[in-house]
Ligand binder design. Structure first.
Ligand code: SAH
Length: 240
């Protein structure tokens, strides 16, 4: 096997709260995969790179205003340590200003050697270190978290479940939301009747072609109703 293939997909997390990891990623699918070595996790404690005797990692913003800003020199030293043996790993700052995370980007990241994730706190990070290190900014959505850690946990979770051997069935992800540019169709299981509601007849028919057609129609209907943005794109790609 080549050295490249031997390399374990690794998440490196730069944070002021290393004890938040693996957190929920230590359980269930991701936790089992972590135990068996399907992926690896390293945390870098940003505070260890503080330069003064008070171990300060932040300071007041130039220009005034509320809150504190994480110092460029401290973050830079933490980045250097985290990426020392991983120059080819994408460096991402979790930030509400970033590009919204998509399943397509998740799939790209899962297909690479891993990720290095910078978690902000307070008002965020001094802009200069983002520029100096050409950091990619990624957002979890249009809302504000108190820190980047929950966003990092979500991003890693989304990547890990795509790694080879992590999900039980290799093809269980193929029809999922976003894989075809559509949201997923609705699911049903036993009991067949619940509170007077029946399972759609076609799902009991055993006719795979009809089931597939029904599911596609449902996925299209849901996407059209709930996410006009995705629907427009889906229609456009179908015309090509
Ligand atoms: N002052 C900033 C918010 C800082 S929140 C602003 O108005 O944009 C503190 C930290 O939480 C950020 O540095 C970032 O790392 C993280 N964070 C907050 N919201 C996030 C989101 N939607 N996606 C990803 N990270 C987020």
């Amino acid at each position: 096997m080549s050295e490249e293939a031997d390399r374990i997909w690794t998440a490196r997390v730069l944070t002021l709260f290393p004890e938040m990891f693996p957190g929920p990623l230590g359980l269930s699918l991701a936790g089992k995969a972590l135990e068996t070595g399907a992926w690896a996790l390293e945390t870098v404690d940003i505070r260890a790179f503080a330069r003064d005797k008070h171990a300060s990692v932040d300071d007041t913003p130039f220009g005034g205003g509320p809150g504190m800003v994480m110092r460029a020199d401290v973050i830079d030293a933490a980045i250097r340590a985290a990426t020392e043996n991983a120059a080819d790993v994408p460096l991402i700052y979790l930030s509400p200003r970033g590009a919204p995370l998509t399943q397509a980007r998740v799939a790209e990241l899962a297909g690479g050697p891993g990720v290095a994730l910078l978690c902000g706190r307070y008002e965020g990070v001094d802009e200069r270190v983002l520029a100096a290190r050409s950091v990619e900014e990624v957002s979890l959505g249009d809302f504000v978290l108190s820190g980047g850690e929950p966003a990092a946990l979500a991003l890693i979770d989304a990547c890990v479940r795509l790694l080879p051997g992590v999900m039980g069935s290799a093809d269980s992800g193929d029809e999922e939301s976003f894989e075809r540019g559509l949201l997923e169709y609705p699911h049903y299981t036993r009991p067949r009747e619940w509170r007077g509601m029946e399972v759609p007849e076609v799902l009991l028919s055993g006719h795979h072609g009809k089931v597939r057609a029904w599911r596609l129609a449902q996925a299209e209907q849901t996407t059209k109703a709930r996410r006009p943005d995705l629907w427009e794109r889906y229609i456009a790609t179908r015309k090509i």
